[in-house]
Design a protein around this ligand. Sequence first.
Ligand SMILES: C[S@@+](CC[C@H](N)C(=O)[O-])C[C@H]1O[C@@H](n2cnc3c(N)ncnc32)[C@H](O)[C@@H]1O
Length: 288
Amino acid sequence: MTGNPAAASANAEQIEAWNGVVGAKWVANQDRLDRVLAPFGRAILEAAAPKPGEHALDIGCGCGATTLELARQVGREGRVMGIDISGPMVARARDRAGMLGLSPVFEVADASSYPFEPGSFDLLMSRFGVMFFDNPPSAFANLRRGMKPGARLAFICWRALGENDWVKVPLAAALAHVQPPAPTPPGTPGPFAFADRSHVLSILERAGFSSIAIEPFDAPMAIGTPEGGIEEALTQSIEIGPIARLIADAPEDVRARARDAVREALLKHRTESGIALGGAAWIVTARA
Ligand SMILES: C[S@@+](CC[C@H](N)C(=O)[O-])C[C@H]1O[C@@H](n2cnc3c(N)ncnc32)[C@H](O)[C@@H]1O
């Protein structure tokens, strides 16, 4: 670990969350989340196009699914670093790398201020790990300093909540029973901070990136397998993400009613291959 990330004031709220309840939920549900996010991981790896021998960084690498795939693709002559503020999630990533005989380097540190070796990376990549910075232009400028001139940046981030049925549908059902969240200004750190295309463009331009492309990518989020069924989908919807925060402090009877309403809403999306709702993301690519 580089210093004590929790002691830094920048991103303190995120550091606390990802080292606390939120990070613990991601570790507990790692298999399931990797399965649900797999189409988005494949899409961003395809856009990133890692090559044998390259030096690559996975930003907000979490439990390491994409870091391990990067390590496979750059091969033995390449090098990969995964960076994340979450100690528990990186511990899981290290365990997985050990089991697979892969050796990416993992750092538990804040990517917005980490002293990367200047001009060292060929590729920076992220699956949903770059929307949590307090000061995104400054964070991306720091990341860019670690890149070789002309090196590639490729990340995937969520479009607006209203376009993402996997959150919109269960959230609408829960809101019949619990208070809506306090409104926050657009761009507030969190899953939907990069929903606005022009906001993302402006961040990357201010950080000095060029050749910026921002393209929509849509794929189903298979939140319940045929075997796991509705209970699996319900766990996914209620325990992780915006609804978890919304109902965390509600009395038990209110939580139970919200859960029933979410169950009913999700059942309408049952297919032969399980419960799946639409996910809508941006694939963002740029050059240092
Ligand atoms: C939605 S999760 C995605 C995790 C992983 N990329 C995946 O796809 O499974 C977001 C990740 O970003 C990490 N994160 C948030 N802010 C960060 C920061 N400032 N520096 C490094 N990692 C950060 C969180 O700890 C978390 O692991």
